[in-house]
Design a binder for this molecule. Sequence first.
Ligand code: GLN
Length: 451
Amino acid sequence: AHLDRTAEVDPAVHAYLHVNAEEALATAADVDARRAAGEDLHELAGVPIAVKDVVVTKGQVTTAGSKILEGWIPPYDATLVRHLRASGMPILGKTNLDEFAMGSSTEHSAYGPTRNPWDLERIPGGSGGGSAAAVAAHLAPLAIGTDTGGSIRQPAAVTGTVGVKPTYGGVSRYGLIALASSLDQAGPVSRTVLDSALLHEVIGVHDPLDSTSLTDPAGGLVDAARAGDLAGMRIGVVRELGGEGYQPGVRASFDHAVDLLRGAGADVVEVSCPSFDYALAAYYLILPAEASSNLAKFDGMRFGLRVEPEEGPVTAETVMAATRGAGFGDEVKRRIILGTHALSAGYYDAYYGSAQKVRTLIQRDFAAAFEQADVLVSPTAPTTAFRFGEKVDDPLAMYLNDVATIPANLAGVPGLSLPSGLSDDGLPVGFQVLAPAREDARLYRVGGVLE
Ligand code: GLN
């Protein structure tokens, strides 16, 4: 049914870069046969899933939304993909994204944008717009996203879906094409909070292949999603997230959701995290710095595209320059240049060093706020889905979409976005819940009540 609907709807939405119908149907048939034979299978066995194309899948093209990886077929599975397969989940295909997960609208995909199923003239968020649109348009019941600065939560917000960034280290990064290694986390996208909890438990497993993988990842997520009460829970509204720059309809939807939480028995307090005002600036130094290093491996020798210079000698250096010049898009080049500049001798302390200090201040703000509240809440994104072309030529306007999501990545804490209804423009609004590291269950407890 999902494949049929994809054939019908996806030419307009363009959520998928590759659909793997044959393999998905074979997995589904295998699950049916094993179930008929009486085998005790996982709850999600047979439930299909879409995977963001920045996660490697053995034998299936993986491009990260970039021309530099066009046609590249990975020889191995990401650890999280191994868990999906082991649970019997058919992988429907790979979803579109901003090139190397850099962006907030999927307009930076080298293969053309994904459209928001709520309004095809509007962006589905980014970088994981393909995963969110696939779930919103019922092209898949579940999807995998990755979130370095908001790329699971912001697309979820603007498409009316649920998206979760687990605690850093909660889901293995082995087999993610790295953007910024100290920030990247994979996580679930779904239409309900409970569905995300089920999927999170499948992929949230310790992995010796990822040195930052938690040995004891958060548990009790499904139970928390089903708990249905908030008695005694302290909810902190973050003063710095939600004021100036937030669309009035977004703020109204947020305030209404906070009233619902109060009605469900939670104590609502206001908390202040003054360093959050500097999170965006710190992120846009740390991310390009790490990305410039991670993307150095795309050199025309090892993976995908190889371009030889049109004139002059063919040397390692000229092939690298020609390949990277042709293979990377403008946003990727912009960030590589920013990152190498920020890391260069003489600038390192002024830029990268200062950004790391801000990161510590943000972690301290979280620690102080979590003394006063069990979870923190804010709107996920300052606006509802904007129109194509509105921000793509203005990097700073594009970066501002991430003001509310980035602090969680800088501190490694988990975050969930769920729909809190529609704004006065008729478009969905996202409500963000943040919890202390390893307390992912609290996200599901709050989300389960709001839903
Ligand atoms: N929009 C943010 C950026 O452009 C977030 C990206 C992400 O989470 N992958 O960096």
